[in-house]
Design a protein. Structure first.
Length: 255
């Protein structure tokens, strides 16, 4: 895997330059965050959700006929894997939707041949998934700059670059955009307020660099997530997830 460079969309200045080893380390951290670093956790379906969560990033995969407000990322990873010449397991060939229609059906199939084949595929492509996560951040930056509004574009770009100037900052950016999205979709809002990477960057302190920039990013992320939970529909009971989310944000600063 070649060195991955994320270029700042407006200025052309490289914001992130990651070696394969650094990309792998970020992927392993995210695998730990999402799956506890286990192979079994690579195929999950969380309680209260209407989609499967797959791979180290718990990429979303909706069943046939099901759609939700959150961006579906697993088919994009599959397409990325195909572009890289990866051989797909039978369960993924010519299939756009998740073949299991509910959490109960998914869990019943945990030891089935197709599920074991899927887990084996995911376990063999950890590095590729890490590279996909970094690519998602690369694609997120121009989306965020376009959505931030003319007066705020430079500010968002500057804060992104400041966070990206350290190894921990790179991890924080890659993890958060995978964790909670770019913040540009109208469907990913409660009471008109988003909870993605864009909103975190917009909420940061203006004059921060290095470790202080990552600390400011983490503080802003916690505020954004608390606001999301406060605005969320009561029936989703998102309060139950908040402690885990905040604990995850603590890993950005080594806490």
């Amino acid at each position: 895997m070649a060195t991955l460079i994320i270029a700042a969309a407006s200025s052309g200045i490289a914001a992130i330059n990651l070696s394969p080893a650094e990309t792998r380390r970020i992927g392993n951290r995210i695998w730990q965050n999402e799956c506890g670093g286990t192979v079994a956790g690579l195929t999950s379906w969380n309680s209260g959700e209407n989609f499967a969560s797959l791979g180290i990033g718990h990429f979303i995969w909706y069943p046939k006929g099901v759609r939700g407000p959150f961006e579906e990322s697993f088919p994009k990873f599959v397409a990325f894997a195909v572009e890289r010449g990866t051989v797909l397991p039978a369960v993924l060939k010519a299939r756009g939707e998740c073949p299991w229609n509910s959490r109960a059906e998914f869990n019943q199939a945990a030891q089935s041949g197709p599920m074991k084949e899927l887990r084996a595929f995911l376990a063999k492509t950890i590095d590729l998934q890490a590279e996909f996560l970094v690519k998602r951040l690369q694609q997120a930056l121009p989306k965020m700059l376009a959505d931030s509004g003319g007066g705020n574009t430079a500010q968002v770009q500057q804060r992104f670059d400041r966070v990206a100037s350290s190894a921990m900052g790179c991890y924080a950016l890659v993890d958060y955009v995978n964790f909670k999205g770019e913040g540009v979709l109208a469907t990913e809002r409660y009471a008109g307020q988003g909870w993605g990477l864009l909103q975190v960057l917009q909420g940061m302190s203006q004059e921060t660099n290095g470790r202080d920039a990552v600390k400011s990013f983490a503080e802003s992320a916690k505020t954004v997530l608390k606001t999301r939970v406060r605005n969320s529909p009561p029936e989703r009971n998102e309060t139950r997830w908040l402690p885990g989310w905040l604990k995850r944000i603590d890993t950005y600063t080594g806490s």
